[in-house]
Write a protein of this length. Structure first.
Length: 444
């Protein structure tokens, strides 16, 4: 027993000595870390957190805020992205043939969207819930049923068959044997794209294009008119100026950032709106078509009695578009886009007419746009289109309000005239001995 006790005592002493060595080592390590980073500093806090944080537990990328987070008194659609709200509002208004004031309160020109004064707003909430439930339970979440399914541009869907019932269209009589010619062979999508490229001037002519400046007038559905100017530099820089009786509106993108300016001031273009503008004003958007789609299929169709080939294309972000090419000329005559929302699909349509040759490339001089919501329709009639003209990079700079521009003309004691334009914090000067060799307005 005595021997056993001695052995146990020796083991305990050894373990104690080992524990003492480990504790001293940890204290030295902690001191070294403390000497490098103050424990109260953000750097030390990040360092300590990073030791235990694996990629799977790192903070996720910033998500778009929901409708419930950005708007007051939202009862349904609360968990959907904020960018979906306006498309869904446009879908409902277009389906019922109404405007915002059908459900929302407007007093003395001021909108009070949270106000529940109108009973139509409560009815709309009930209809939204019903539509979502139908699609969820009957169509596995697919947007097969929308407001338009029943309303068809009316506030009250028809619940009874209208009399008299129209007579069914008679079946066409069977043609005599051998009397009909065989239908022409169906071209492939690649054939149609190739014919379009050749029809507008060929790939070589398209590849030579670097800049474009366009001027047009436009007419809206309500008869309002204005001027429209676009300056583009390949591949994606753009400047857009719209002039109307209400004033000017500018939008610009320098390849990295986008801004807009109107009577309310200058602001960055919201991300979802900028993505749509970048797609619309991409330099080769209506010139190099095939490369925009990951998958395509083709069918025959008719527009205004003319044979067309309709190609449905899938974009990289999974959205679908449909292109219609004249079967005879090969030119693009219509382009349709489809925006999916939880309440249904929102279509938009652009028609192209009056193709003319500019710098060896045919482009449409009349463009008609049809959308749901906003201005509904707009016709742009181009008066001037030029390719490969010099464009200064300053054209795509952040817009500056007019009151921030200052112009001045001065003359030194040596007889040198200086014209200076101050735009914000930037200054441009021109000097000469003749006066006036350049007015401040010409410089600015």
């Amino acid at each position: 027993m005595t021997t056993t006790r001695r052995v146990l005592t020796l083991i305990c002493v050894s373990l104690s000595l080992l524990l003492l060595v480990i504790v001293r080592f940890e204290l030295k390590t902690s001191a070294a870390v403390s000497a490098g980073d103050d424990a109260s500093s953000p750097k030390a806090e990040r360092s300590a957190r990073s030791r235990w944080q694996t990629p799977a537990t790192q903070q996720p990328a910033t998500k778009e805020k929901t409708i419930g987070e950005t708007h007051k008194n939202i009862r349904v659609l609360t968990d959907l992205p904020e960018s979906q709200l306006i498309p869904m509002m446009n879908l409902m208004a277009g389906s019922l043939g109404v405007r915002c004031n059908f459900c929302h309160v407007n007093k003395n020109g001021q909108w009070d969207y949270p106000n529940d004064e109108k009973p139509e707003k409560g009815t709309a909430r009930e209809m939204i819930t019903m539509t979502l439930n139908i699609n969820k339970t009957a169509f596995k979440g697919a947007s097969e049923v929308s407001c338009f399914t029943c309303h068809r541009n009316t506030t009250h869907p028809a619940s009874m068959i209208a009399l008299p019932i129209p007579m069914p269209t008679p079946r066409p009589s069977a043609p005599a044997a051998g009397a009909t010619a065989a239908p022409p062979a169906q071209p492939t999508s690649e054939d149609v794209f190739a014919k379009f490229t050749a029809a507008i001037g060929g790939q070589a002519a398209i590849d030579k294009l670097k800049t474009r400046v366009m001027k047009a007038t436009y007419t809206l559905a309500n008869g309002a008119t204005g001027n429209y100017e676009v300056t583009q530099v390949a591949p994606d820089k753009f400047y857009v100026l719209r002039t109307s009786q209400q004033g000017n509106a500018e939008q610009t993108f320098n390849g990295t950032e986008g801004w807009q300016m109107d009577g309310r001031g200058v602001a960055e273009i919201p991300a979802d709106q900028l993505a749509n503008l970048k797609a619309e004003y991409q330099f080769f958007h209506d010139l190099k078509l095939r490369e925009q789609y990951t998958r395509v299929n083709i069918r025959r169709d008719k527009i205004n009695g003319r044979d067309v080939f309709a190609i449905t294309g899938t974009l990289p972000d999974k959205r679908r578009e449909r292109l219609f090419f004249d079967a005879e000329t090969g030119l693009l005559v219509r382009r349709m886009g489809y925006t999916e929302t939880p309440l249904g699909i929102l279509p938009d349509q652009t028609d192209y007419e009056d193709y003319r040759e500019v710098n060896g490339v045919k482009v449409p001089f009349t463009v008609k746009i049809y959308v749901v919501g906003g201005f509904f329709t707009a016709t742009r009639t181009f008066t001037d289109i030029k390719f490969n003209v010099p464009v200064e990079d300053s054209r795509f700079a952040k817009p500056v309000l007019q009151h921030q521009r200052r112009r001045q003309l001065s003359r030194s004691s040596f007889g040198i005239y200086t014209v200076e334009c101050l735009v914000g914090r930037k200054s441009r000067r021109k000097r000469g001995r003749k006066q006036p060799f350049l007015t401040p307005r010409q410089l600015c």
